[in-house]
Design a protein around this ligand. Structure first.
Ligand SMILES: [Mg+2]
Ligand SMILES: [Zn+2]
Length: 225
């Protein structure tokens, strides 16, 4: 099981459609092409990637991250964080340090919704480590939505693969660590945006294409974090 730790757990108890409507239940005016939830990678997507970071003081949000999250909250789109944290299994930082980093990020740009992280090594065979779909399934369940109504935002093939394997859509926001073939894959099977705010604008516009590889698993991601 991935670890689930939410600084704002109470928010996740609201159904996203109730959040969207300010507490009044609505069913008919929800646009099918606007996702009910956005699931965000942490390192390299929401914050600068500091490898195996266990120090909250080193958390720096990515450019535009606060504006992007504010736009999602304004639109009533629920969010969650899905993050590989094999540094825990490697003994490089503790789960408590991971949760302190999560809390600091949440304080800077949150509320981000529930945090899910995989503490396992790549060869552990767990269900949660991206590109496996376990955290996408668990985050969707925690938010009360179907994975088909989720969009994953990340920066590498592991993020794309987890989304594809769970039947969610994805937007790739490349960093300097993203390989050209990962960008090519995203152009074929998902979407690419130059920064987080543009990715969110694309999602909220309703213009994100449906999965072009529906029914197939994505390619295996590299051994990220
Ligand atoms: Mg990452
Ligand atoms: Zn795992």
């Amino acid at each position: 099981m991935p670890v689930h730790a939410s600084p704002r757990a109470a928010r996740a108890l609201l159904h996203p459609r109730e959040i969207r409507s300010g507490g009044r239940a609505v069913t008919d005016d929800v646009r099918r092409d606007c996702p009910l939830a956005v699931l965000l990678d942490r390192d390299g997507t929401l914050c600068i990637d500091v490898p195996y970071n266990g120090d909250p003081s080193r958390v720096v949000p990515m450019p535009g991250a606060l504006s992007a999250l504010e736009a999602l909250r304004h639109a009533g789109v629920a969010t969650a964080v899905v993050s590989n944290q094999s540094g825990i299994a490697r003994g490089l930082h503790t789960a408590a340090q991971t949760e302190a980093v999560n809390a600091q990020l949440d304080a800077l740009i949150g509320p981000l919704g529930p945090f899910f992280y995989c503490p396992h090594l790549a060869d552990a065979g767990c269900r949660c480590r991206k590109p496996r779909p376990g955290m996408v399934h668990d985050a969707a369940a925690a938010l009360g939505v179907d994975t088909a109504d989720c969009v994953v935002i990340g920066h590498n093939a592991a993020d794309l693969g987890a989304a594809a394997a769970a039947g969610a859509r994805a937007v790739l926001v490349p960093t300097e660590m993203t390989r050209p073939e990962e960008i090519d894959e995203a152009r074929r099977t998902a979407a690419v945006a130059p920064d987080l705010l543009t990715a969110v604008s694309l999602i909220l516009s309703g213009a994100l294409p449906v999965r072009r590889d529906a029914g197939t698993a994505g390619t295996a991601g590299r051994d990220a974090a």
